[in-house]
Design a protein around this ligand. Structure first.
Ligand SMILES: NC(=O)c1ccc[n+]([C@@H]2O[C@H](COP(=O)([O-])OP(=O)(O)OC[C@H]3O[C@@H](n4cnc5c(N)ncnc54)[C@H](O)[C@@H]3O)[C@@H](O)[C@H]2O)c1
Length: 695
């Protein structure tokens, strides 16, 4: 049942019960209207309380219903109609809120006459994160409830607020303990006074009415990257304080319709669904068992090991951190403590949580300590002989059924699995640096991994707050294999006449969080140098530009050495363009004999992005990625690809496969053009008139 109805002592209790998060799809909306009408018609009912089962009030609209025009979201009763029925109910309606009260759920609560919230309640209007705005009167009611400035802060960021803050703003009555009992009392009290205050009738403050334009401008100036959805939110909230309610609601609705059709929102909604879909693993039966994971060991306490340990501690796992060196362990503990101390200082951690996390970690040089844990994550040096020694030792000590994971970024996980007598229990867990910050986790699936190991690992990934994508075994997995081709093009562009700053700026202006040269400086130029040296042996027929090798050999390793493609004076992370490097590049370019030409920003963007697309297509046709959207999830969460562009494969679909092919053919006639043979999947899609998401 999607909505439950019961009456008790004159109060009708309407409980949204649509697992997992009481989303407000058509069936739920119909049931709410039915329940409210029933409460109105029942003469024994004096007041109504609306609450949610499943530990939350409601996480909002069912956004799958917005997938197409005329989708279920627009079938009557629509959410604005439901809220109207609630707000106009002849008996007082009180929302009793626990857990999430988000989006349409919060708009529903705003339509109630009173709101009572438990301390654990969390409120947000996150629509802007999907390129939308709250379209069920949320912009109108919130602005009237708390004033234009506060409402804009909440609506334009989409960030959550806790119950205490909501109470301070006058949005809710804070319940110490169970909200239901208090909500029922508030409801009966209101009934006895015949009070049904609605936000639609709330007076707008004088300041908001007269200064609306000024407040709107102020808000716009606080946004670093104002997009269509932001300006629409500001327009709708301005309408809320300057127009009668129904007219303001009309402006909100028009803005919502426009945003729904916008390219930004389409890409953001695609990204949202892609992330969800990535969790579904092909060829693993839904009933594959899940192994219990209650404790973790991390082997190798270097850069990655310390970060991985924090991810696990943050999610409540006890961790054994192992390294061969006591010194390294002490340094890792100092890093971990420093991070948690900073969290405490900034108020992100309570004293109790800070203490609990530090008590949950144990450090040791003795590998036997891993015997009791359920999951072992190896993060030692990236050398096969070191991995072999470590995995043989793990195999000796780990208990039966433990999952053995490697954080290798380039090595063959099939070979690593072969170092144990339990290849079925081995998996790759490719974290990104800094491991406790980056959302992406590539779950690398060697050929023998058992289905329950994969299913358990995906569940663990979710528990530690990662966005996990399954990748087959190949050099670089999904993300780094593609980024190599992206960087290869960036380096060729230097050969032809571009500067690092021009390439970075063009891609950053297009939306990438960081251009390839700044990214290389951050990661360390020695890392890609080592890969290029390996490639020179493995793939002698696939040349690279010589420029990055020379730059690295000059000792310009990037941020860590204070200079790379840019300068980083006095340990700063802020890059400074270095004219010396530009003259080095120009000298090297002269030696290659490639004629210098002016290169447009448009060409830079197309070359680099289509290099990602072509390699992504090969990854798809080889079955390394399960689906095109998984590749996009990797790029959106691990490589700073702009979410409003949906990911490289989405970008290619938007461009259209014929245009992709035509651009690649043009590049084929240019410098190092032999790299530009379209992947056979692309040729097939062109022939079949399909795209990556409809292959
Ligand atoms: N640094 C990154 O950005 C990054 C990103 C993703 C994956 N990785 C992968 O993570 C792994 C670790 O990388 P890192 O950057 O943390 O390296 P690191 O050099 O910072 O740390 C490696 C640690 O392993 C320890 N170690 C070596 N041999 C050991 C053994 N036999 N027993 C116990 N400990 C041992 C070392 O003492 C060192 O502390 C590598 O496989 C790397 O490819 C690194």
């Amino acid at each position: 049942m999607s909505v439950e109805f019961e009456t008790q002592s004159g109060v009708a209790l309407i409980t949204l019960n649509h697992a997992p998060v009481n989303s407000l799809g058509l069936a739920v909306r119909k049931a709410i209207v039915y329940a409210v009408r029933r409460a109105e018609a029942d003469s024994t009912v004096k007041a109504v309380v609306i609450t949610g089962a499943n530990g939350c009030f409601s996480a909002g609209a069912d956004i799958e219903e917005f997938a197409d025009e005329g989708g279920l979201a627009f079938r009557s009763p629509t959410l604005p109609e439901v809220i109207d029925v609630v707000e106009r109910c002849k008996k007082p309606v009180v929302a009793a809120i626990s857990g999430f009260c988000l989006g349409g759920g919060m708009e529903l609560a705003l339509g109630c006459h009173f709101r009572v919230a438990e301390r654990v309640a969390r409120f947000a209007l996150p629509e802007v994160k999907l390129g939308l705005l709250p379209g069920a009167g949320g912009t109108q009611r919130l602005a009237r409830a708390i004033g234009m400035r506060e409402a804009l802060g909440i609506i334009c960021t989409g960030e959550p607020l806790n119950a205490e803050r909501a109470a301070l703003l006058g949005l809710v009555i804070l319940a110490e303990g169970d909200a239901l009992g208090i909500a029922a009392a508030v409801a009966l009290e209101a009934a006895s006074r015949d009070e049904r205050p609605s936000l639609r009738n709330r007076e707008v403050s004088e300041e908001d009415r007269t200064d609306a334009e000024k407040i709107a401008k102020e808000q716009l100036s606080t946004l670093r990257h104002a997009r269509l959805a932001h300006t629409a939110c500001i327009k709708a909230v301005t309408a809320a304080v300057t127009l009668p309610f129904d007219e303001g609601a009309k402006v909100e609705f028009e803005c919502f319709q426009e945003l729904l059709e916008s390219a930004d929102s389409k890409a953001l909604r695609y990204a949202f669904f892609s992330e969800r879909t990535a969790g579904k693993i092909q060829s693993v039966p839904a009933n594959a068992g899940i192994r219990p994971i209650d404790s973790v060991a991390v082997i190798g306490a270097g850069t990655m090991g310390a970060g991985i340990a924090m991810c696990c501690l943050n999610a409540g796992y006890p961790v054994v951190l192992v390294d061969r060196s006591r010194d390294v362990l002490d340094k890792a503990m100092a890093t971990i403590r420093k991070t948690y101390d900073a969290g405490l200082k900034r108020g992100r951690l309570t004293e109790a949580v800070h203490k609990k996390r530090l008590e949950a970690i144990e450090t040791t040089t003795n590998m036997a300590a891993i015997a009791r844990v359920d999951l072992i994550i190896e993060a030692v040096f990236e050398q096969m002989d070191v991995k072999e020694a470590v995995f043989r030792t793990i195999d000796e000590h780990a208990k039966d059924g433990a999952i053995l994971a490697s954080n290798t970024s380039t090595l063959d996980v099939n070979r690593i699995a072969g170092f144990t007598r339990r290849a079925g229990d081995v998996i790759g867990l490719h974290f990104f640096s800094p491991a406790h910050v980056m959302k992406l986790l590539e779950v690398v699936r060697p050929s023998q991994t058992l289905p329950d190991v994969l299913a358990t690992t995906m569940k663990f990934a979710r528990k530690i707050g990662k966005v996990a994508v399954v990748s087959g075994v190949c050099d670089g997995f999904i993300g780094n294999r593609m980024v190599e081709e992206y960087c290869r093009q960036a380096f060729f562009l230097l050969d032809e006449g571009a500067t690092p700053n021009q390439v970075d700026r063009a891609l950053e202006q297009w939306g990438m969080a960081m251009g390839p040269f700044a990214m290389s400086d951050l990661a360390g130029n020695d890392i890609t140098y080592a890969i290029r040296k390996r490639r020179a042996v493995e793939q002698p027929d696939r040349p690279y530009s010589n420029i990055p090798d020379v730059v690295c050999e000059m000792g310009r390793l990037g941020q860590k050495s204070g200079a790379g493609w840019y300068l980083y004076p006095a340990g700063s992370r802020k890059r400074v363009v270095d004219h010396e490097i530009e003259s080095v590049i120009s000298r090297l370019r002269g030696k290659t004999g490639v004629p210098r030409r002016d290169i447009s920003d448009g060409e830079i963007v197309s070359r680099c992005l289509l290099a990602l697309v072509n390699e992504g297509a090969k990854i798809l046709e080889e079955g390394v990625a399960q689906r095109a959207s998984d590749i996009d999830v990797v790029y959106l969460n691990g490589y700073g690809f702009p979410s409003v562009q949906g990911g490289p494969m989405f970008y290619a679909n938007k461009l259209g496969i014929p245009e992709v092919v035509s651009q690649m053919e043009r590049f084929q006639r240019g410098y190092q053009g032999k790299f530009w043979t379209p992947a056979s999947l692309i040729a097939q899609l062109l022939k079949d008139k399909k795209d990556f998401n409809h292959a």
